[in-house]
Design a protein around this ligand. Structure first.
Ligand SMILES: NC(=O)c1ccc[n+]([C@@H]2O[C@H](COP(=O)([O-])OP(=O)(O)OC[C@H]3O[C@@H](n4cnc5c(N)ncnc54)[C@H](OP(=O)(O)O)[C@@H]3O)[C@@H](O)[C@H]2O)c1
Length: 245
């Protein structure tokens, strides 16, 4: 599927990878963005079809209102849903600054809201002859690191959700795809990690994966991680426990 003249719901276009997906797709597609902040004015000024729906993805009511707004404003349906937004809290459970309230927020934004959006927008996705769901995942969804245990669990859960829905929707017009990212240079990873890919490069690879119909698009070091994990889960685990991520 060529991503041109499509109507695509994208979460998290105010920053990082989502903003670069908007930059790459916004001129030739209608992008409906869900995030709390709007993307920068100098970007959206150049995108005539762009729609921002201010949404708190940690709040089920806010997500429900966004789904209603999309289904009412786009009665002919949508061609794609890209679940890109996520949060990652770094403190370990044993750290003094670990905030127990962060558990619910991280699960809501990273796992509940993608599931809620997929369910709420299924009817819109069914209205097109060919449509896609792309969930942005992480190498940490394959093998967890020591920090951010809840984040890793949400990404592992997102992988299972995606594979389950891929089976449920088999034989329909909707393809369920994932992109597994390595460390990317965005505000999420500011001040940590080495050898990061640029969010522009990663956005381009995500788009190519969608267009080719790749079910699980492993990007950069995520590709090697999946291979090592398949051959020796204990070595993959040791690498991630030591890793600088
Ligand atoms: N950066 C990496 O190294 C890396 C590696 C692997 C996977 N990933 C994945 O790549 C995706 C993009 O991450 P990124 O690095 O680009 O992160 P980022 O720059 O921190 O951007 C996160 C986006 O999520 C949105 N968001 C967060 N909480 C929200 C909430 N409660 N309601 C609505 N929107 C919310 C933010 O928008 P607002 O703040 O405006 O609401 C922002 O647009 C995520 O799925 C992440 O897990 C990133």
């Amino acid at each position: 599927m060529k991503l041109e003249n499509k109507t695509i719901v994208l979460t998290g276009a105010s920053s990082g990878v989502g903003l670069d997906l908007l930059n790459a797709l916004g001129a030739s597609n209608t992008i409906i963005n869900l995030s709390r902040r709007a993307p920068p004015e100098d970007v959206v000024r150049l995108l005539p079809g762009f729609v921002h729906i201010a949404t708190n993805l940690a709040d089920e009511v806010s997500v429900e209102l966004a789904i209603e707004a999309i289904t009412q404003s786009f009665p002919d349906g949508i061609d794609g849903l890209i679940n890109c937004a996520a949060v990652q809290f770094l403190p370990k459970f044993t750290d003094i600054d670990f905030d127990p309230a962060s558990i619910a927020t991280e699960i809501a934004v990273n796992l509940t809201s993608p599931a809620q959006l997929i369910h709420g927008l299924l009817g819109s996705l069914r209205r097109r002859p060919e449509s896609f769901i792309l969930n942005v995942n992480s190498g940490l969804g394959l093998v967890p690191k020591k920090e951010s245990a809840v984040y890793c669990a949400t990404k592992g859960g997102l992988d299972n959700l995606s594979r389950g829905l891929r089976a449920q929707l088999g034989g329909t017009n909707i393809r369920v795809q994932q992109a597994f990212l390595p460390l990317v240079d965005t505000p999420m990873t500011a001040g940590r990690g080495n050898g990061k890919l640029s969010s522009q490069e990663v956005a381009g690879q995500i788009i190519r994966g969608i267009e080719r119909g790749t079910p699980d698009n492993d990007i950069g070091k995520a590709r090697l991680l999946r291979v090592i994990n398949r051959l020796s889960p204990s070595i993959a685990n040791a690498i991630m426990q030591k890793g600088d991520s």
